[in-house]
Design a protein around this ligand. Structure first.
Ligand SMILES: [Zn+2]
Length: 320
């Protein structure tokens, strides 16, 4: 009897491929889901919207178990609730926009990245404009506000979405692939390729995403544009109030009137965006992601496939 128990335990933990996937199936042992979390106190972030130039006030509030992240447009006559889920995402260039029952909220990816990476699962985000503020182009203001408010554990498990088969979307130019995990949590490798004839060039970054890795390595990396892209946006009357101090605008020699926070800040920001986009599934993702020149659209397309094909573990299971 002891032998049977021992064998079954070894069977579950057995990892003959040293964590490598075997015929697309993961050979690692999945940890039990962690507890859900929310904010201990409300948090406040203010700033100007990139697209409108208007002042925006964002309040992050604690929210109940299983409620997820919800945006609330408080400026509308009847405040609209917009769940932060990929099923409400509408295609818009250069940012992530959610729409529910006629109400929209724009530029949600940087607050979503901060909440997901710091594992704040349930949160009400009250915003008094149609877009979140650009701040300095990164997630830093959100991380600082969340850390100042504190994070509180809740008495329910956070469901995991585990990648069990290789899934790839995109084409030869730009693609993203999810593979079964070799260890707990979400890991990624991102290739950024702007070609050789500009100051951004090629950058690659590999990381395991944890709250501290996000705080130290990704949160402060900023949105970037080539000057030609910024000029085009302005010619369309867009983002006219955003300056070279509000994000990175690259000329031939590097960022204009600005200093890089990391030599490879651009690829770090692409990784931040990826984390924010993948947060729109509402699960802890367990898998390895390899991305080549992807953006918001492909990230969302991959997530939709994973929501169909991935394995959900710990859904709504109460732990206390
Ligand atoms: Zn971004």
């Amino acid at each position: 009897m002891r032998f049977e128990e021992l064998n079954s335990t070894r069977g579950r933990h057995g990892s003959p491929a040293n964590g490598k996937s075997v015929r697309g199936k993961s050979a690692f042992h999945l940890m039990p889901p962690r507890n859900q979390q929310t904010l201990a106190h409300p948090a406040l972030v203010t700033g100007a919207g990139y697209w409108s130039g208007r002042d925006v006030r964002v309040e992050l509030h604690p929210a109940p178990i299983d409620s997820g992240v919800t945006f609330i447009r408080t400026d509308l006559a009847k405040p609209a609730r917009i769940p932060a889920h990929v099923s409400h995402r509408i295609e818009t260039p250069r940012r992530t926009v959610l729409k529910h029952q006629g109400a929209t909220v724009e530029m949600v990816e940087h607050v979503m990245a901060a909440l997901a990476a710091l594992r704040v699962d349930n949160c009400e985000i009250r915003v008094d404009q149609p877009e979140l503020p650009g701040c300095d182009g990164s997630s830093l203001a959100y991380v600082e506000a969340i850390d100042a408010a504190g994070i509180a554990k809740q008495a329910a498990a956070k469901a995991q979405l585990v990648v069990r088969e290789v899934v790839r979307v995109g084409d030869d130019n730009a693609w993203i692939e999810a593979s079964p995990p070799s260890h707990q949590g979400l890991s990624f490798k991102y290739h950024l390729d702007y070609g050789q004839d500009n100051a951004i060039g090629r950058q690659t970054l590999s990381l395991d995403v944890t709250p501290d890795v996000f705080r130290q390595e990704l949160a402060s990396s900023r949105t970037f544009l080539l000057k030609s892209e910024a000029d085009w946006l302005r010619s369309q009357g867009l983002a006219s109030k955003a300056t070279v101090k509000d994000l990175l605008i690259f000329g031939d020699e590097g960022p204009i009137d600005n200093e890089l926070r990391f030599p490879d800040e651009c690829v770090r920001h692409k990784a931040l965006d990826l984390i924010g986009d993948l947060a729109l599934g509402g699960y802890d993702l367990v898998g390895h992601f390899v991305a080549h020149k992807t953006g918001h659209r492909l990230n969302a397309e991959l997530l939709r496939v994973l929501l169909q094909e991935g394995e959900v573990v710990g859904h709504r299971r109460r732990t206390a």
